[in-house]
Design a protein around this ligand. Sequence first.
Ligand code: G6P
Length: 594
Amino acid sequence: MCGIVGIVRRRVGVARDLVKSLKKLEYRGYDSAGIALLSNGKIEVIKGVGTIDKVVGNLEGIGDGYAGIGHTRWATHGGVSPENAHPHLSCHGEVAVVHNGTLDDFEEMRSELMEKGHELKSETDTEVVAHLIEENLKDRDPFNAFVEAIRRLRGSYAIVSMMAGERALFLARNKSPLVIGLGDDGNYCASDVAALLHLTRRFIFLEDGEIAVLTPSKVEIWRFADGRLERVDRKADVIDWSPQLLDRGSFEHFMLKEIYEQPHVLKKIAESVDYYRKFSTKLDRMLEDGSLTIVAAGTSYHAGLIGKFLLSKLAGVRSEVLIASEFPEWSSHIKEGDVILAISQSGETADVLEAVRMARTKGARVISIVNVPGSTLTRMSDESVFIQAGPEVGVAATKTFTAQVAVLYVISSVMSGGNPSRELLKISDMLYGSMETFEHFAREVSDLFKEKEHVFFLGRGINYPTALEGALKLKEISYIHAEGYPAGEYKHGPLALIERGTPTVMLVPIDENLRRKALYNLMEVRSRGALTVTLQPEGADMPGDESLEVACTEELLSPLAYAVPLQLMAYRTAVLLGRNPDKPRNLAKSVTVE
Ligand code: G6P
């Protein structure tokens, strides 16, 4: 995935802003980091293994420059080592490159360059780009040297390069996100807008196959058309996210802050029903001519499953839900006129974008539910709607999950002529008033989970996907093995795993008929010695070693009510075990590789 950033200014003094921007991108990867600064015509690089803080510290003893590029890494080609950290330099240190993505055929280019006498120091695919540019500089100007290097590349890339003596940044994009920020005393670029909000709110989103050159006063964009370069004119978009949204404030972690933001986000969605009504009407019309397939990854996939349930229950709409990375193998039936509903927080997940590309080639229409404005998915879709959750920094999705579910609820409800606003506001109020109780409960439960190897989450109906999400949250940030299961299916296999003391979380249905069945399932695990934790509606009185009453009376909204204590349970367990929930090992928030 990796995060990349670049700044070019009229005056020297980019280092601090560069590092500040880079830190906003740490959620994309954090195994190594580095920056390159250009001053007095020369490039200086500081890079290494570990977080940005560890590598560049407080910048003491580090020079400054009028241009700089930075990188925070999530390793793909080449292990985690100082040599493999970006930026990469050419032999004579005159070209520096940062890259997000993966390049095909780089071994071949590497051998070719070595035959020409280049010395490559790392195992990465990225390093070849610096040497390719250097090779081209022998008989070309910097711009053409860069263009020719990019012309050779296959695969996915967002690349930013600096060359000694050039007060400019050279950018190229194919299938990895890259946005340009327009400033008054300089220009910027980064993997996403969040990195640049402290510098500007005006952005241009590069498209696949485009190249750009940024100087302190100019932004020029080109596109390859039939192998030739042509200039592109692009207007800037203004993004109204405030930089304060990216501050942790007094919260210990972003994840906790984002959990606490949920009542507010749900309120905002409840107050925007008219905005979602327009989208819902378009979707309804599109479905007159084709079938509906929901596509998503990770937590968004769980929201998609809940969406399928809501569309079916409330609007009588039939749909299927496919995991984005599996879409190519499972979608032979998709045909012209069908509708793909892509759900993605970032709008940049490579698996989702690839599924959408493929569906488009078959003539399907694409609509999307997204959080990040201007993201690639929105530009690949016929229609997009935003969940309005604001930037989410914690790697584990929290507020964007409940926002996706709430938007799917609103869309399904208005399709059937319902008025979802009142019910959604009730849930938002309930959450506002319950956070303290949920916190207390989460702490008790985390004490119970902390020494366990496995935890199971069971749900029925609409809360089967909520159980999957509860398990995902716990495993991804606490590293305790967790599995979500439909409560009724559990006895067909996984019940064999229950031993004395195995924690099992039951999401108790509100519907009485379903609840009766859930009670049988609960008794099945309790009688085998499981420690049971129940989240249940008020007055349900289900047996549990730990029980939380949640004041929700609407089965269809119960995923919103249950998700919040589940997130807190995962969060408190991770903290108790000394894990950093904002930076779980091996994971990144925005996964831009397939
Ligand atoms: C990554 C993140 C998950 C997220 C998934 C899909 O794996 O760690 O939290 O749910 O990507 O991301 P998207 O941005 O498409 O919703």
